[in-house]
Design a protein around this ligand. Sequence first.
Ligand SMILES: [Zn+2]
Ligand SMILES: [Zn+2]
Length: 346
Amino acid sequence: MNFISGVIDLPWWGYVIVILVLTHITIASVTIFLHRHQAHRALDLSPGISYFFRFWLWLTTGMVTKEWVAIHRKHHAKCEKEGDPHSPHVYSLKKVFFEGAELYRDESKNTETIERYGHLTPDDWIERDIYAKHSKKGIGLLLVINILLFGPIGITIWAIQMMWIPVMAAGVVNGVGHYWGYRNAETPDQSTNIVPWGIIIGGEELHNNHHAYPTSAKLSSKWYEFDIGWMYIRLLEKLGWAHVKHVPPVLTLDEQKKTCDEKTVAALITHRYYFTQELKRAMAADSQKLFTQDLLKEIQSMWEDKNAKVEELAEKLEHWCAKVKSLQVTSLENFAQKLRMSVLKS
Ligand SMILES: [Zn+2]
Ligand SMILES: [Zn+2]
């Protein structure tokens, strides 16, 4: 060992790999532990792996679990409206992209937010006496470790590690993920899938899919989409360290089914964004534009009426399908037929 290079001496590309691996572990900890496990309870994690994620997040980010979870849950609760801690439609994209970390820091000081939305997060002695109380000591320790391991270049590695979450999570996901990209689901917010391959930000790139099914442990939904966080979760599950609680039920067609029943209602409500989009497409293909707005409103009332009995909804839906069929517009007839056959794969 010498003091110029530290314990580990690498060619330049070796340091690039080190940076990519270390920041990727941090991203995986954020998406698997903070986001999917803690904030949304989409999966359970074994104590051992939870301890690892908590330690790693303390060491490399200084973020406190309860604060992160509370701010994120508030984002879902108030999405794109006043009170959303980091909406590019409330603030501006520029503000969220360049000052996302500052917005996060400001909200973390709002004790009302933390108490109201931060329930069921770790509250043991390690959390109270170390991670929360000395939240910034971890990143200080990391700087020392980096210098010992890599020499002066360890400072550069550290600086990049410090920037990674503010840029990728606070800037790209919270800003761009509500602004640019494509949408699979017509969610009431402006969320987007930034790219179909969720690798660099651990799968969080698929942000519109996430807003469509916030409690799902899996963020990819189309065959061409890839969620690396989900791949890790499956791997952890094989090792017995994770247990998936929620994934969106898959929509399939039962060719034998000729009328709407309770199963159709369940399929429609679960995949309401998909059906809204399909119906809009079918209506757009109708050159006469008959009854169009009414058709959409009527079908939307199916999931807006929270008190309706499922049998009544099934009857109403069948009535709706019969009406749509009688319009004799091919695109709408096809939609109604497909809806009648729709079921959730169990
Ligand atoms: Zn969002
Ligand atoms: Zn979320």
